[in-house]
Every structure is written in structure tokens, then in C-alpha cells.
Design a protein around this ligand. Structure first.
Ligand code: CDV
Length: 314
């Protein structure tokens, strides 16, 4: 067994954020959660996707000024600076999801901020779900494709003094490619924020499967890439729309080590032993020894499924 490498991670689940809630009110909640995470000894805390506002892609908004009101043009800005100051004062790093306006382009973005309060890295959501325009007659809408361009920064991993840390956002967690690209960079910890509605416009799946698929995706990704995953929900009933909770920290064995109880503001934490990844990487998931990329070409050459590649055996 290699020596333990302990790192306490926290996840700060947010309860609902209503449309009328100001940035200042939300940031105050985030600062309180960050303080609680620090009080429990955490070195890093993960906040949700689009944490600063209500999940506005549930609406088809046409007024450009109203749409812009959900986006940040600078980070930190005047409203978010208190969170960066709190991080620096306590020496705790964080992941934060927010809507980013870069010139004329809108992204669904997360940043990784170090325990010194400086931005280490930025990720822009790549697997954008939902529709680009409203579905006629649908009771629910999910319009992320209307509001967000596809991210252009890939899936980088940042080598921090504590751990190699990567990020993804919500729907990205359902795609194995997301985690494998980070696994191939030796990621120790992936942080992910999400807003997962309990009802969904695109299919009539039984509601209990929302939580099942959320956990299934995280547990398989952690195991297959020998990494820790810290996942933070924005949960509860937001503007009449229920969203799942289920914030959790998953170990490289694929086991959930701690999980949120509520659908409200709640901190969970776990002392992670990063050395556990090494056991998987030296054995069952020794990528260098066992991967066969020469047989994986359809993964990068095809987007949708194409013709079967089966042929008569030689
Ligand atoms: N915000 C999201 O990306 N939500 C998706 C829903 C639409 C399926 C998710 O993967 O949870």
C-alpha cells in the first residue's frame, strides 16, 4: 500500500434561488457555506452550476437586457468579490458555476479558485443539453442551447499543490468521454455542479430514475477513471420547478462516501485519501498497460451512431 495522501473536500449544495433573489443575497449564502466548509476543515469546496441565479434556461426569454441580467461579464465582479475574499481569508479553494458573457458569446462556465483567492482555471460546458427554441405545447422547457455556446476550452486538469483537479458541468457527467479525457491527465479530483430538473421536457422517464442516473454516472466515472468526484446540486423547488438534490462525494472505488440529506443549503465533507487512485491505476485501470486506442477510433470519428463495423472474420 502506498502512503495515504489526505485531502478534505466539501460540497456546498444550494437550495433554490428564486428570480427575485439578488446576487448579494446569493453570494451571502455562498460565503456562509464556504465558512461552514472551512469550519469542518475542508481545503476545497464545490458549489453548483449557475450558482448565482435561478436556473433561467427553463424560460424562453426574448428581452436581451433581461437575458444579460443573468450573465457575469467579469469574475470576480463587485457582487462576487466577497466570495473570493472569504476564500483567501480562510485559505480554502472553490469551484463556482455561473453564466459567462465573453464579448458577445454566452457560456455556461465554471472556475477553479485557489485557496489564495486567485482563479486557477476556467471550464466552459461542452455537452449542452436541451433545445434552442421552445417546444410547442410542452409543460416544461429546457433551453440551454438557446442561451449557451458549446465550450471551447476542452477538459483540462490543473496541477495544484493539493491535487490534480478537473471540472465539468451537469450534463457533462453523463458522458464517459468527459471523465476519460481527464483520467488520461491523471486527474485526482473532478468537481461538478449541476441543476437537474425532476421533470424533463425530452422524455417521460419515471422521476425516480433522475437520481439513479445521476448517481450511476458519477459512480461509474469515478471507478473507471480512478478519481474522486465532488458533485454539488442546486436543489429544491425553484420558481415552481423541482430539482433533484443528491450532492455527494464519490471515491475511486465508485462508492458514495457522503451524500446530502436535504434539498436545501447544506454542506457535506469527506477526508479523501488521494492515494487510493494509485491502486486502481497500478492494476485494473493501468491505462498504459491495458488501453487499446487503436480500437477506439469511432469514438473520435463519429458523433452519432453509424453503420455497424462487423465483417466476416479473417
Ligand atoms: N443543467 C443540465 O445540464 N441539466 C441536465 C438535464 C437537462 C438532463 C442534466 O444532465 O442534469
Amino acid at each position: 500500500m502506498s502512503a495515504a495522501k489526505k485531502l478534505r473536500l466539501a460540497v456546498a449544495q444550494l437550495g433554490p434561488v428564486q428570480r427575485a433573489d439578488t446576487r448579494a443575497q446569493v453570494v451571502r449564502r455562498l460565503v456562509d457555506l464556504l465558512h461552514e466548509a472551512h469550519g469542518r476543515g475542508a481545503r476545497w469546496v464545490t458549489f453548483p452550476e449557475l450558482a448565482l441565479t435561478t436556473f433561467f434556461p427553463r424560460w424562453s426569454l426574448e428581452d436581451p437586457a433581461e437575458v444579460r441580467s443573468f450573465f457575469e461579464t467579469e469574475m470576480p465582479g463587485p457582487a462576487t468579490r466577497p466570495l473570493f475574499d472569504a476564500a483567501r481569508a480562510k485559505g480554502i479553494g472553490f469551484y463556482l458555476g455561473y453564466a459567462e458573457l465573453d464579448g458577445e458569446t454566452q457560456y455556461n462556465t465554471s472556475i477553479l479558485v485557489g485557496p489564495d483567492g486567485r482563479i486557477i482555471g476556467k471550464y466552459r460546458k461542452i455537452h449542452i443539453p436541451g433545445d434552442a427554441s421552445s417546444r410547442e405545447g410542452a409543460a416544461l422547457q429546457h433551453l440551454e442551447k438557446k442561451y449557451f455556446a458549446v465550450g471551447d476550452l476542452g477538459f483540462p486538469v490543473w496541477d495544484t499543490p493539493d491535487a490534480a483537479i478537473g471540472m465539468c458541468i451537469c450534463n457533462d457527467r453523463r458522458w464517459p468521454e468527459t471523465f476519460r479525457v481527464m483520467g488520461l491527465q491523471g486527474v485526482d479530483v473532478v468537481m461538478v455542479g449541476y441543476n437537474t430538473p425532476s421533470g424533463y421536457v425530452q422524455w417521460n422517464e419515471p422521476i425516480h430514475l433522475r437520481m439513479h442516473h445521476h448517481l450511476l454516472s458519477l459512480q461509474s466515472a469515478a471507478y473507471q477513471n480512478a478519481c474522486w468526484i465532488a458533485a454539488a446540486a442546486k436543489a429544491g423547488v425553484e420558481e415552481g420547478s423541482p430539482m433533484i438534490g443528491g450532492s455527494c462525494i464519490v471515491a475511486p472505488a465508485g462508492e458514495i462516501m457522503v451524500r446530502a440529506f436535504s434539498e436545501d443549503d447544506e454542506v457535506i465533507n469527506y477526508m479523501c485519501d488521494l492515494s487510493v487512485s494509485g491502486h486502481y491505476r497500478a492494476n485494473i485501470f493501468n491505462f498504459a498497460a491495458h488501453r487499446r486506442p487503436e480500437h477506439y477510433r469511432p469514438i473520435v470519428e463519429r458523433t452519432g451512431a453509424g453503420a455497424p463495423l462487423g465483417a466476416a472474420p479473417p
